[in-house]
Design a protein around this ligand. Structure first.
Ligand code: G6P
Length: 615
């Protein structure tokens, strides 16, 4: 949510910052801005709209000496929270009379009271943002202190809320000060220069060596030197880490959209997620990062999955699988609800926090709440070094590679693959036989190849999609393991094609939603072979009797369902638990093609952002 880039070094900063912003645009894209520091002070350029608009505004900047001689700067791409997406509300924000400039990700919760005090002291506000409050606060502290880093520290001690910030000032134009609380900041280290960003995709083309700041760290950066300290000015040492993916991973690789590329990435991503984690001899999963021995697992009485959005839907598959494989209590809960519900958890509960980014504010808060209550907490996270991964202490990385498209695809299927392995491990520590475990191992190992087969049917799915480019509403229905698939299918299509879509348990349809069906209303029925399929076929008949047009997501060779449905999309035969993955891939492609045919901005849907680091 909001992208931040900063640079201090020997090169001209503008193109480094603008290229970094393009990489981060998936984090927010309603306005963009850049501030460049040079001998003439700090100069801000910003505007409403996407990064391309800002680049256009800068004109032939590579031949503008006043821009090229800036060797430091900060930049931002915004997802609006306080104040609409206008040029005035775009970052960077100036503080004082322009001596301080700041980009910020997060929310300053006490901004109203701070604003009133600053206004009483004569500070003039030109935006509606909470960020401008912080920039004036830093400017005010700078009047009392020697250096920007001290001013930032003093200002941050007055702030309630979350922040990832990057700040510079006219008096020390080569110095950047960055700090974080709740919003990530990564510092990329290179020879004689430092690149700062809210995530590593903006850094990877310059260096693989990074430092992830912890909450309440403040870093002073000047060219290649980085000094990290705490908010109360004690020196702090943070380890340097290596980014283990290449810059190709953040390129489109010839695909029209990141989403399509990431759908195609899935066979390989799932291979990476399961590699070395399945033991075909013992019929179990080896999940070293969980750091739970069979005797620890036996003591656990319940697994609670928490997440938001797509990760929440993956958690629902996890709940079904843990009950199914391990005959163990399991439940899934929306992370925001969990944190505010005063949940009943104890030391015999395993809380598994599911998050692609590892930064979602509500999921992180749920982790903290569960840890506070003494639960065993683990993370199921994609982004290495992210806050949830670090705070959970134990967990499993997805190894899905960077996911750039706002609509999550490969993260979901890798989450489900890992959750099946978690359930398998739980099952084997309880009543599941070795033979049953070996069978599940074999089925999970088949998944990458099955997904390859689904991806290869993209054109056939596009043919079905072309019948639904004009529709306003859709329903997705499923039962059992196919219920979360219906939810995820509906989420995908509403995110990227702006068709209003709702996922329902097929049995729930009669309890209200069926009132909305009329002639031509599309219903996507997830009819993969398995328990409950026949019941869904019954629900299909009820829908058709009311004029609905039914798209059946069916198992190859299921002639009965083919005959009944108006259109079909096929997936290869597999057990219900792994069909959660193949069926979802088919629905990702269906959503993708509907959105493409409707000419929607697939990778950057309106109002959304990739990671939601605010409540
Ligand atoms: C946002 C994204 C979704 C994502 C959700 C949870 O809403 O747009 O695609 O599923 O956040 O994100 P997480 O990183 O925690 O999985």
């Amino acid at each position: 949510m909001c992208g931040i880039v900063g640079y201090s070094g020997g090169r001209s900063a503008a193109s480094i910052l603008l290229n970094g912003l393009k990489r981060l645009e998936y984090r927010g894209y309603d306005s963009a801005g850049i501030a460049l520091g040079g001998p003439d002070g700090v100069c801000i350029h910003k505007r409403e709209g996407k990064v391309a608009g800002l680049v256009e505004q800068l004109g032939d900047y590579e031949n503008r000496p006043e821009i090229q001689r800036a060797h430091s700067g900060i930049a931002h791409t915004r997802w609006a929270t306080h104040g609409p997406p206008t040029t005035a509300n775009a970052h960077p924000h100036a503080g004082g009379s322009g001596e301080v400039v700041l980009v910020h990700n997060g929310i300053i919760e006490n901004h109203s009271s701070l604003r009133a005090k600053l206004q009483a002291d004569g500070y003039q506000f030109v935006s509606e943002t909470d960020t401008e409050v912080l920039s004036h606060l830093i400017a005010r502290e700078l009047l009392e202190t020697e250096s920007l880093v001290d001013a930032v520290r003093l200002a941050l001690t007055q702030v309630v809320g979350t922040f990832g910030i990057c700040c510079m000032c006219a008096a020390e134009p080569d110095v950047l000060v960055v700090a974080r609380r709740g919003s990530p900041i990564v510092i990329g280290l290179a020879e004689g220069e430092t690149i700062v960003a809210s995530d590593a995709s903006a850094i990877i083309s310059h260096t693989r060596q990074v430092i992830y700041l912890d909450d309440d760290d403040v870093a002073r950066i000047e060219h290649g030197s980085v000094d990290i300290s705490s908010l109360d000015a004690r020196p702090v040492t943070r380890e340097t880490a290596d980014i283990d993916w290449s810059s190709d991973a953040v390129e489109k690789g010839g695909y029209a959209h990141y989403m399509l590329k990431e759908i195609h990435d899935q066979p390989e991503a799932i291979r990476n997620a399961i590699r070395g984690r399945l033991d075909a001899t013992r019929g179990t999963a080896v999940l070293a990062g969980l750091n739970l021995e069979p005797r620890d697992l036996v003591d656990l009485q319940r697994v609670v999955f928490v997440g938001c959005g797509t990760s929440l839907n993956a958690g629902l598959v996890g709940e079904y699988a843990v009950e199914d494989f391990a005959a163990m209590l399991a439940e899934v809960e929306q992370a925001a609800e969990f944190r505010y519900r005063n949940p009943i958890v104890s030391s015999t509960d395993l809380l598994l926090a599911i998050s692609q980014s590892g930064e979602t504010a509500d999921t992180l808060a749920a982790v903290r709440e569960a840890a506070e209550k003494g639960a065993c907490v683990a993370g199921l996270v994609n982004v290495v070094g992210s806050t949830i991964a670090r705070e959970a202490g134990r967990g499993i990385y997805l190894h899905a590679g960077p996911e750039i498209s706002v609509a999550s695809t490969k993260a979901f299927t890798c989450q489900v693959a890992v959750l099946l392995m978690v359930a398998l491990k739980m099952g084997r520590s309880r009543r599941m036989s070795r033979e049953a475990g070996i069978q599940i191992v074999k089925e999970i190992q088949r998944v990458p190849e099955l997904v390859e087969r689904v991806v290869a049917t993209s054109d056939a799915i596009a043919m079905v999609a072309q019948h639904f480019t004009e529709c306003q509403h859709m329903f997705y229905i499923g039962r059992g393991y196919m219920y979360p698939v219906a939810l995820e299918g509906a989420l995908k299509i509403k995110e990227i094609s702006y068709v209003h879509a709702e996922g329902y348990h097929a049995a729930e349809l009669k309890h209200g939603p069926i009132a909305l069906l009329e002639k031509g209303t599309p219903v996507v029925a997830v009819l993969c072979e398995g328990p409950g399929k026949d019941k869904v076929l019954g629900n299909v008949a009820e829908c058709q009797a009311r004029g609905a047009v039914v798209v059946g997501l069916i198992t190859e060779g299921d002639e009965e369902s083919r005959d009944i449905c108006d259109h079909v999309i096929e997936v290869p035969k597999s057990p219900h638990y792994t069909a959660t993955i193949t069926a979802t891939v088919a629905l990702q492609l269906f959503a993708y093609h509907v959105a493409r045919l409707r000419d929607c901005p697939i990778d950057q849907p309106r109002n959304l952002a990739k990671s939601v680091t605010v409540e």
